[in-house]
Design a protein around this ligand. Sequence first.
Ligand SMILES: [Zn+2]
Length: 261
Amino acid sequence: MEYALAYPQIDPVITRSHVKLKNDLEVDLKISDPDDWGSMLQHFTGSKMHNIRLRTLAKERGLSLSEDGILEKEKLHRFKTETDFQSYEKSVKNRGIKLLIGLEVDIRPEGDFALSDKLMATLDYAIVSIHSAFDNTVAKNTERIITALSHPKALILGHPTGRIINHRQSLSADWEKVFAFCVKNHKLMEVNAYPDRLDLPDDLIKTALGKGVKLIINTDSHKAEQMNHMKYGVWQARKGYAMKRDVVNSLTWQNLQTVLK
Ligand SMILES: [Zn+2]
């Protein structure tokens, strides 16, 4: 601790375990036994919510989690590295957490992807979206969308019309035809919650629902705090008369698996 406190950028020492640096950053100082390093790193570098969730999961299994490690029937499991901690985490069965690998993939003008098939194959699902060449004819846009959605990994059409409110108009497509394709092939339409997208627009949500299309609400987050945009997507879906049963976000894991097939 004396060694750490001698760091020349410290100004001032607030307590022996909490200091302020000359660049205004505040820093917590912790010292651990090398054998507990993994546990401590896990404890102090995860988000608060992540730690609370981990503790709850541990408690449900009769374990107790702290910065020292995991206590199981009076026995303390200590972790030297973060990887050790993660492999223990994996070994605890039925944790109730399911992880899916999804990716937003750009649809190029001809309806093919900016990602190779080899990489597409590593995904559980792809959100496919248009980010260029918005000014094509209705026929060309429709074909481009349907070609893209025909790929077996393409599950969701992201921000379907490409509109940016007050900045870019929706692209023109034969939406009835796109929606019919989605119903037949179990593809989803995104309701993008990003405040200047809100895409699908409400009138198209209503048309899609009338055809039996299922929706997924996504925040399109580029930063963690944008996860809070979810409510705008929910409101947008409601504006298009969507009910819980129309939105795959509300499915149980078991039912979601049938959507992912
Ligand atoms: Zn996008």
